[in-house]
Design a protein around this ligand. Sequence first.
Ligand code: SF4
Length: 285
Amino acid sequence: MAEKQLRVEVEQPAKPALPKRVSYSQMSLYQQCGLKYFFSYIDSWREPPTSALAGGSITHEVVEYLYRLEPAERTVENALALLREHGPRMLKQTEYLPFVDDIKMKHSVREAVENLFKVENPPEVVVQPEHLEMELNVVINGVNFFGKVDRFTVDGVNRVTDYKTGKSPGRFIDDKLAQPYLYALGFKTQYDIDVDEVELIFLNAQEVVRRPADIGLVTSMGEQLATMRANSERDVAESAWDARVSRLCDYCAFQKVCPARNPDAPQPGSTLCDTQLSEAGLLHK
Ligand code: SF4
């Protein structure tokens, strides 16, 4: 929930263009703060990678490879062997190289992988290889939507599952469930499959949250997607975006050049703004 909202006029590129396809993370970012969305997707600045992002990516990779093994081979020893194989490989990628010696992150990843065996019994999970990292690419309410679903299982219940690393969501659990609800809508629209249940597995926090794929909530995600797209089209046309100040501003890479946080900030999108973001170490996509 925004504490303050400010409509900010920006200097857009000569031919501003919205992304052709919208993902859940784009929608969520826009809902969090329109100006941040402008910096990321219209002005094309890339936020610096974080150790949490690096750790989350490695964890997802290991869990995916684990579930590609035959059920009897999904042991904690094999999971840790996969971590030893894929962790160093992924940390060689340019974006994750700064975290190659991040012991705390590595400890957190190992904890997440080991915790998988505490929150469920991997040999008993019935999953087809083609149902791991499933791609969604479908038009929903006139919007080109795309996403990648961590896991879809069919064991009497059609269930969409997403793994999360980091802290327990606490009272923000409903915000986190928005993603699998939207994916449930994507399944219905693209494959005509009714998802019965959505599931979030918080590995580090050892929490599993399951909810029925309530048709009202699922449908409302499609409406939110259409609203987000229509509003972002309006913002491009008006060259003005809503800055929404919230607790999340503390983690925003653009706060120094954000007029809602800093009264001396240059106009977003201006040459001066670009210079300050470059000096802060941000790169263009
Ligand atoms: S600092 Fe806050 S209000 Fe400003 S762009 Fe970032 S998230 Fe939006």
